[in-house]
Each structure stands twice: as structure tokens, then as C-alpha cells.
Design a protein. Structure first.
Length: 259
């Protein structure tokens, strides 16, 4: 029987020591990287927290400034209304003018209310139309039909459209479709994507007979001026079926703050 003899030959001491040094160095490097990563993560989280607090404080400050500005504007409008009322109180023949001015100031105030809700950035055209018509709507007798796609408008366009619609509603209440029980008003708008233009139409139906006025009233001039401010084309038609207002305007005039 042959017995085999096995012997373990040790590695040179220099090789073993070299490998251990490399491993130890790698462990130290790894620990340093992990420590640095933890420090960086903590720093980034702290910075993000500071930035978030700063943004929150900035947003809150902006909200307070806008609310204060809105409050001052409403006070100014109320003061102007009081001045008009006091100035024309002793002139019975000036009552129509007084009511017209008060109505325009109220319309301007409603437009500012709408813009405050949107932080004076933009508002949807449908919301503007419904807000302008709301003061003239009888819940028990609906007279308005409102339809059109979503269109976001800047503050200048919101005020111009609101004031225009107030004039149209006021005129229709005095002389047009809203002055008779069966009268109706259709407000609609469409987008021409190719030409990048919007066409808004106010059409009165089943109202009192209308005819072109002998002279252009202040309301008519205001409607035309507001349209020109937005670089749009305004057409007023006195059809046998009722008054029609058509407004054709570039989309950039409604959506661009520099228009």
C-alpha cells in the first residue's frame, strides 16, 4: 500500500501582504465614498428644504401683494362710483348715464375678481363669458346659449372681453333680445387653427325689432375700441332676426402678454 504525502506550500509572505493591503485600501476607499455620499445627500436634502421654504414664502408674499392690489382697485372703483352717483344725483335727466357708468364699473370689478382667482395670469374664455352674462341671467328663464372650446386668455384680453360682453348684455336688456320674454342670445366661438384666429359671435333671436342707430353711442364706440385694442375686427349687424356682434381676432392677441 502506497501512502501519499500531501504538503501545503505556503505563499510568499510578500504576496499575501500585498493583497491584504489592496483589500484594506479598497475598504477604506469604499467607506469614504459612502460617507461622502451620505454627506452630499444630507446637504442636498437640506438645500431642497430651504428652497421649498423660500418658494412657499415667495408664493405667499405674491398672493398677499395681489390681494392688496385687488383690494385697492376695488376701493378705487367704489370711489369712482360714489363720485359719479353724487355728481349726477341732482340731475334726473342724467339717470341713464349714471346707471350705465355704474354697470361698467361693476363689470370691471367682476373681471378683476376673476383675475384674482387666477393670480392675474390668465382665465378661460368660457368662464369669462359666463361670468359676464351671470348678472343678466334669470335662473327661472334661461335666455343664454354659450358654447366654444377652451381658450386661455391673458389679463388684458379678459378685461376687454368682459367689458364688451357687459355692453352687449346691457344693450340687449334695454333694446334687444333680453327686453322681451321670448328673446334669446347665442354666444359661441370657434378656432381657425390654420389661421390662428378666434371668431366670437353674439347672436340675438326672437327679440325686439332692431335697426341701425342714427348716431353711434358711447357703448358702440367702446365695443369697437376694445376690439381694436386686441387687434381684432368688429362687425355689428342689425338683422331682421336680431342684432349680431362678430369679433374676429388673432389668437396671439388673446394669449400673449406682449400683445
Amino acid at each position: 500500500m502506497i501512502e501519499a504525502e500531501f504538503r501545503i506550500i505556503p505563499r510568499p509572505s510578500s504576496v499575501t501582504a500585498s493583497n491584504e493591503d489592496v483589500l484594506a485600501a479598497e475598504n477604506v476607499s469604499l467607506r469614504l465614498l459612502l460617507a461622502q455620499a451620505e454627506i452630499n445627500a444630507t446637504s442636498l436634502l437640506a438645500k431642497a428644504g430651504i428652497d421649498a421654504r423660500e418658494r412657499e414664502a415667495s408664493d405667499e408674499l405674491q398672493k398677499l401683494i395681489l390681494e392688496e392690489l385687488h383690494h385697492r382697485i376695488k376701493n378705487t372703483l367704489a370711489t369712482v362710483g360714489a363720485i359719479v352717483s353724487q355728481s349726477l344725483r341732482e340731475l334726473p335727466e342724467a339717470k341713464p348715464a349714471q346707471h350705465a357708468i355704474e354697470g361698467r364699473l361693476l363689470a370691471l370689478g367682476r373681471a378683476h375678481d376673476l383675475l384674482l382667482q387666477a393670480r392675474w395670469s390668465s382665465a378661460d374664455l368660457g368662464t369669462v363669458v359666463r361670468g359676464a352674462a351671470e348678472a343678466f341671467i334669470d335662473p327661472d328663464e334661461p335666455k343664454f346659449s354659450i358654447s366654444g372650446p377652451d381658450v386661455r386668455m391673458t389679463s388684458g384680453a379678459v378685461i376687454a372681453i368682459s367689458m364688451t360682453l357687459n355692453e352687449l348684455c346691457t344693450n340687449a336688456t334695454k333694446f334687444g333680445a333680453l327686453s322681451v320674454p321670448d328673446g334669446r342670445v347665442d354666444i359661441s366661438w370657434t378656432l381657425d387653427q390654420a389661421a390662428q384666429r378666434l371668431r366670437l359671435t353674439w347672436t340675438e333671436k326672437n327679440g325686439a325689432a332692431v335697426r341701425p342707430p342714427e348716431r353711434r353711442s358711447f357703448g358702440t364706440r367702446l365695443i369697437e375700441t376694445l376690439g381694436k385694442q386686441l387687434r381684432g375686427d368688429v362687425q355689428l349687424s342689425y338683422e331682421p332676426t336680431g342684432f349680431v356682434y362678430a369679433f374676429d381676432v388673432p389668437m396671439t392677441s388673446l394669449t400673449s402678454s406682449t400683445a
